[in-house]
Design a protein. Sequence first.
Length: 383
Amino acid sequence: MNLAKDSILIHGGIDGDETTGAVSVPVYQTSTYKQDALGKHRGWEYSRTGNPTRAALEKLVADLEQGKYGLAFASGLAAINIVLSLFKSGDRLVVSDNIYGGTFRILDNVFKNFGITYEIVDTSDLEKVKAAISEDVKAIYIETPANPLLTVTDIKAVAEIAKQTGKLLIVDNTFLTPYLQRPLTLGADIVIHSGTKYLGGHSDTISGFVVVNDKELADRLYYLQNAIGGVLAPWDSFLVIRGIKTLGVRMERHVKNADKIAHWLNESGYVSKVYYPGLETDPGYEIQKKQADGPGAMISFVLDKKYDYRKFFESIRLVTLAESLGGVESLACHPASMTHAAIPKEVRERVGIVDELIRLSVGIEDVDDLIKDLEQAILNSEV
Ligand SMILES: *Cc1c(COP(=O)(O)O)cnc(C)c1O
């Protein structure tokens, strides 16, 4: 049966347990499996190579992305590590100009040492993407909406450029989740997730995912997953399966709250800029509407100079100052000194990650309570 996304959340992947009839996937907390004879096993040999709890989740995330093959990792960065391990010395990547700080760090301080280089490009500008393509470029790596300025890249248009020039298109879909955006259906080759965020959804576990459609690519990734390790443990796999069951209801509330807060901030007079692709005035609004089922729940804003951003962070009460995003609770972070501190200051400022920039991960609390808290914190931080 062809299930709608809300049903896939509950019944996708491997639903329950065939052996016992348990309606939730059991935690197969085992490292190895009994083999019946030499060379004769029951499909499971060793839990780095494969584990039934992890396999159920891998299939579930693949189903949600409308992809064929899913792989689960111990973190988003472990997933990114595996994807980057597809490349070799001399290869080059074209990368979105505001990406997750840790992605920048692994490119700049780890893979660069292995001769894999990158060029940072504003991928929302298709001419710039085309201009950056050369023989050495093997892949285009984008985040949309990107982190932390929520810049929207047209996935379909970049996928066309990638196809025409024979490059892979990699999309980090963490900010929207497959509930709101399915890049494989728009022509991407590889989708990456930090499952630590909305997929897990409760700020209680770290995980990462890769989803692809191409069998050959999947085989290479499975090989790397087993060869490099960094797989997701059975218990964490269980927690993410549990989280995904409520992804739909959570995302709907997240987006509703974020939309109200973004509009309120925009009209409040407290801020000089609001970045949110759900605002009609946002440069990414039309493309966002076309390629996704919603604008997500990440908002960034620049506090007006009348207010001291350090004091704002000390004054928030309901909203928590913390790294990360995508949990049920609202979090605020300071990209310049936290998530994006790995990016050199001049690069940061050039792309707009100024000191006054505040990033909000809007949770599912009562939205008016959130607005009250933000307002009192802003007023409290007046200089
Ligand atoms: C958090 C995050 C990552 C890294 O994931 P971890 O689970 O923290 O390793 C990658 N990309 C984006 C967009 C993220 O928000």
